[in-house]
Design a protein. Structure first.
Length: 107
């Protein structure tokens, strides 16, 4: 029996749980500060910092750093490439789930 889904086609940059949570959250807002992203994703500060950096390096996020008063402020927004990658990921999963659903209904 062949697999209903090619798991090698999944973009690990998007599929990793924290990165998927970040992209999904940022797709719903114009931009967000680090604290808001941390609260939305439940990630620790160190873990989130690493994932934000990876997403930025992949071209999926724009990160800006500034100061509000004397406090550092990191903001992130999803790029067009990030949106496209997220939509492609959703499309892949929806197609896989549809195939699995059809296979389950046949039984």
């Amino acid at each position: 029996m062949s697999s209903p889904f090619d798991f090698t086609a999944v973009d690990d940059m998007v599929h990793a749980r924290t990165r998927l949570a970040v992209l999904t959250f940022l797709a719903s807002v114009e931009s967000a500060d680090f604290k808001s992203i941390r609260e939305a994703t439940g990630a620790t500060e160190g873990n989130l910092s690493i994932h934000l950096q990876k997403l930025e390096e992949a071209g999926f996020l724009d990160i800006s750093k500034s100061f509000v008063g004397r406090r550092p402020n990191t903001r992130a927004s999803i790029t067009d490439a990030g949106r496209e990658a997220l939509v492609e990921h959703i499309d892949q999963l929806e197609a896989a789930f549809a195939k699995v659903r059809r296979a389950l209904k046949k039984r």
